[in-house]
Write a protein that binds this ligand. Structure first.
Ligand SMILES: Cc1ncc(COP(=O)(O)O)c(C=O)c1O
Length: 362
């Protein structure tokens, strides 16, 4: 350790190495407490972020289905994050696409009965069900209590993409202990980039995605990112102090105004969803694709994201807009996310700038 910088390898047996190990262990204890669970229920391991965490789970079931010579059903929705969709699509598995209604809410009844039927046709099948707790574009929150019933289906493993959950709704610390996996990317709530973590149900014997030194009880090889791990604890301690009610209040002010500004020019997507996040508004402008709109907002000092963009920055059709039936404006999705520290000054700036900008939009 030099100053506050934890430099040593946590596998080293010297005192600095032990200090690094201690920091990892303290963060693990903190995370179990923070999410109201414990090490009897779940293994907890760190990784580079949710893309890796989600891939680990999917690949585990792909290889288990091969080893046990059983079919694999992968259940997920169109418009889920590509870390899930692209990985599932490349597996030799039955793809079961979960349906959402036009508000972005899952059609649980329909999904449950169709999945049960599929399982009865494939009685040996393993099922990996991906539940997107908070949708990254829409900001729709899908409570865990609503998908609990899927666990009635035999051989179904529930994997929750919890990336957008921390700080985005009131119940983000309440994990459902009967579910199998929860995957987080810590940069989404203020920790360093390149660090994430997963809870993996004890007894599922998750196999590692990468082989190597067998760190983290063989769940994830590779030297642990001690500073990254430490930053998770710091970020969640800060997040705990955020007044989420105030965030929602500010979002509602913006959203009420936006409804007016968008009249005849666009609309808010998932406005009528049953549960929505505290900070995200997803909308479209009928006559502007998102790449043009983002540049326009940016020139006015407003940072708004395109719902979906190519690496070149050009607008591309958003899978979630397509799946909700917004074909005509599928390239026009825009996401306005209020940061956890969104201040009154930022709110005033947003409102003042938008008052001038929106009338200019065709
Ligand atoms: C819902 C969701 N899942 C998965 C990911 C992938 O996370 P990462 O890019 O940190 O690996 C993201 C990233 O934005 C996300 O929003």
């Amino acid at each position: 350790m030099s100053g506050d910088f934890i430099f040593a390898n946590p596998a080293s047996q010297h005192s600095e190495g032990k200090q690094a190990r201690k920091i990892i262990n303290q963060t693990k204890t903190f995370l179990y407490d923070f999410f109201h669970t414990n090490e009897k229920e779940f293994n907890l391991f760190f990784h580079s972020g949710a893309t890796e965490g989600l891939n680990t789970v999917i690949h585990h079931y792909a290889s288990r289905s091969q080893k046990e010579n059983r079919p694999l059903i992968l259940a997920y929705a169109q418009g889920d994050h590509p870390a899930v969709v692209e990985t599932c699509r490349t597996q030799n598995a039955i793809q079961f696409i979960l349906k959402r209604d036009t508000n972005g809410d899952y059609l649980h009844e329909e999904n449950l009965s169709e999945l049960k039927q599929l399982k009865s046709q494939n009685p040996d099948a393993l099922i990996l069900y991906h539940h997107l707790w908070v949708h990254n574009e829409l900001g729709v929150v899908s409570p865990l209590s609503e998908v609990k019933r899927f666990k009635e289906i035999p051989d179904l493993f529930m994997s929750v993409d919890a990336v957008q959950s921390p700080g985005k709704h009131y119940h983000y610390r309440e994990l459902e202990n009967t579910f199998d996996y929860y995957t987080f990317s810590a940069h989404k709530f203020g920790a360093l980039k390149g660090i994430g973590f997963s809870f993996s149900k004890m007894g599922n014997n998750l196999s590692p995605f990468m082989l190597g030194g067998g760190q983290q009880n063989k769940l994830r090889s590779g030297t642990e990112n001690v500073m990254g791990v430490y930053s998770i604890k710091l970020a969640l301690e800060d997040l705990q102090k955020i007044d989420l009610g105030d965030l929602l209040h500010k979002k509602s002010i913006v959203e009420d105004k936006l409804r007016g500004w968008l009249k005849g020019k666009g609309g808010i997507v998932a406005d009528k969803a049953r549960h929505r996040s505290l900070n995200t508004i997803y909308f479209y402008l009928t006559n502007l694709t998102s790449d043009i709109a983002v540049a326009m907002f940016d020139l006015s000092g407003l940072e708004i994201s395109a719902g979906s963009a190519c690496s070149s920055g050009a607008a591309k059709e958003s899978e979630i807009l397509l799946s909700l039936g917004y074909k005509e404006v599928a390239k026009n999705g825009l996401r306005l996310s209020l940061g956890f520290q969104f201040s009154q000054e930022e709110l005033d700036h947003l409102l003042k700038t938008s008052e001038v900008l929106f009338p200019k939009i065709p």
